[in-house]
Ligand binder design. Structure first.
Ligand SMILES: [Zn+2]
Length: 215
């Protein structure tokens, strides 16, 4: 029900801020609505004050349908992902410290941990740089995300997707955790990648679970 989804969006957004995955009013959370609509956090509302009533319903191109607030400036980014990925039900965009550090280096997180491939679908790639809130940013992010569940935006932050806002937020936590491990593991001694056959088998498992969830 729509009321439930707006509450889920608001709860994930407050948790994202409370956990330090963004500062100020940065970042945004959305859920897919019915009929080409999405429910997205408003721009400039302080997260501790955010309630389900602040969540705005807009089209995939950010045109308002319902709600009084101004939709997030990154509505195009969210809409482009929903349009390209019918399986995606929710999206979280955040600025976590370690993942953003890799985004600033424009360094992907290669497939190097088992839980990464199983939950995220493989490497976390970096999208080509484009200014915040631009059409190009949205197109580049869709391309770099592919069929996986996380992507780094060059010099900016992260985007993760999931089956609901809580799941998409969990993928942000996992991406930040992997970024921390990658930075630690690759400083000094170099970390080893998963064997190719193991990564391929885990990718199969990921795709099977994805199909089962959206059957
Ligand atoms: Zn941002």
């Amino acid at each position: 029900m729509p009321g439930g989804r707006t509450a889920q969006v608001a709860a994930a957004a407050r948790a994202m801020h409370a956990e330090g995955l963004v500062s100020g009013a940065a970042g945004n959370v959305s859920a897919r609505g019915g009929g080409g609509a999405m429910l997205i956090t408003p721009t400039r509302t302080p997260y501790p004050e955010l309630t389900p009533a602040h969540v705005v319903t807009v089209t995939f191109t950010g045109d308002p349908i319902e709600g009084e607030g101004l939709p997030s400036s990154e509505s195009l980014l969210h809409g482009a992902i929903y349009a390209a990925r019918p399986d995606v039900r929710a999206i979280v965009h955040a600025h976590p410290i370690y993942a953003s550090a890799l985004a600033a280096r424009r360094e992907p997180i290669p497939a190097f941990m088992d839980e990464q491939v199983i939950h995220l679908g493989g490497a976390v790639e970096v999208s080509a740089y484009a200014p915040a809130a631009s059409d190009a940013l949205a197109a580049n992010a869709v391309r770099a995300l592919g069929q996986r569940r996380a992507v780094l935006l060059a010099n900016h932050g992260t985007v993760t997707v999931g089956s609901d806002p809580a799941d998409a937020l969990e993928m942000t936590r996992l991406t930040e955790r992997l970024a921390r491990i990658w930075i630690i593991a690759s400083s000094g001694a170099s970390a080893r990648r998963l064997p190719d056959d193991v990564a391929a088998a885990e990718t199969e498992l990921y795709l099977m679970r994805q199909q089962a969830e959206h059957a």
